[in-house]
Design a protein around this ligand. Structure first.
Ligand SMILES: Nc1nc(=O)c2c([nH]1)NC[C@@H]1CN(c3ccc(C(=O)N[C@@H](CCC(=O)O)C(=O)O)cc3)C=[N+]21
Ligand SMILES: [Mg+2]
Length: 293
């Protein structure tokens, strides 16, 4: 028996088509969503993602600005740039690529981003709103995973979803979004005892541990849907997820490929959030105009 390989390209393509159409409709009303991406330092992998983000913006008609700052940029200078972007009406979304160099405090930087432009959903206010189910941006990677599950017709409500990894960027918000979809959610991490046994109970297994090909068939219940959030450069130079793809294919019901699914889906949700931010900024402007008349 062999699992279905989830067609990430097709899903990404159709969501982006939808976003492109909605951006087009906004433009007819004279509004163009805008995203600023800020990269500090010259980590080559980060540079690739930043390029991908700018290219993806172009493809759907979103205006973008990329700021490449030297690794030794003082924190104050970065905060000054964020202040400028916060006040810039052309910019609806601000993404500061993480991780930042050691001398910069990430929490201070995230706190400085205007909550309404925080398209990553990393700001504590947006994280809190997500937690209590209030309208906020959805964190890009977890939202992308939910979109993949929905578009593959995977039932989430009532199912047991196991998330491996508890980072603030993926694991924790992933658990929250699955809970919102009425899954029964378990979170595993480096201190989990009997992880294989726990993971084997999952109908939906989301893997975000950052260890190349760690999750093999011993962690997978026959027929489970396995979503691989990992992205690791292996010693042979190739990209691989956290899932041992060929091995898991033998037992799972469906598996996402790496590259080609969760990564581009993450960028797609970033575009979606930027569009949403532009809509809100415009609605705000409209009501402010009403208020002044
Ligand atoms: N503030 C912030 N927000 C982020 O969303 C953020 C970040 N910082 N720091 C870095 C990580 C990483 N990340 C990726 C997004 C897309 C791909 C992607 O499209 N990957 C392609 C492959 C790209 C390749 O070939 O290297 C794929 O999976 O098919 C990868 C990685 C967003 N991140
Ligand atoms: Mg972790």
């Amino acid at each position: 028996m062999s699992a279905t390989i989830i067609n990430g390209k097709e899903i990404v393509g159709s969501v982006r088509e939808q976003i492109k159409a909605e951006v087009g409709a906004l433009k007819e009303n004279g509004i163009q969503p805008g995203l600023a991406v800020v990269l500090v330092g010259d980590d080559p992998a980060s540079a690739v993602y930043v390029r991908n983000k700018a290219k993806s913006c172009d493809e759907v008609g979103i205006y973008s600005e990329v700021y490449r700052l030297p690794a030794e940029t003082p924190q104050d200078e970065l905060l000054e740039l964020i202040g400028k972007l916060n006040a810039d009406p052309k910019i609806n979304g601000i993404l500061v690529q993480l991780p930042l160099p050691k001398h910069i405090d990430e929490d201070t930087v995230i706190d400085a981003i205007n909550v309404n432009k925080d398209v990553d959903c990393f700001h504590p206010i947006n994280v809190g709103n997500l937690m209590i189910g209030k309208n906020s941006f959805l964190p890009c990677t977890p939202a992308g995973v939910i979109e993949v599950l929905k578009r593959t017709g995977t039932e989430i409500a009532g199912k047991h979803a196991v998330v491996i990894g508890r980072s603030n960027i993926v694991g924790k918000p992933m658990a929250m979004l699955l809970l919102r979809e009425n899954a029964t959610v378990t979170v595993c991490h480096s201190r989990t005892a009997n992880m294989e046994e726990v993971a084997k109970q999952a109908d939906i297994l989301v893997v975000a541990i950052g260890r190349g090909k760690m999750i093999n068939r011993n962690y997978v219940k026959p027929g489970a849907v396995v979503i691989d959030v990992g992205m690791n450069r292996m010693p042979d130079g190739k990209l691989a997820g956290d899932v041992d793809f060929d091995d898991v294919l033998e037992v799972a019901g469906a598996v996402t490929p790496v590259p080609g699914c969760v990564g581009p889906m993450t960028i797609t949700m970033l575009l979606q959030n930027t569009l949403e931010a532009a809509r809100r900024a415009n609605a705000g402007q409209t009501s402010a105009q009403h208020a002044s008349h």
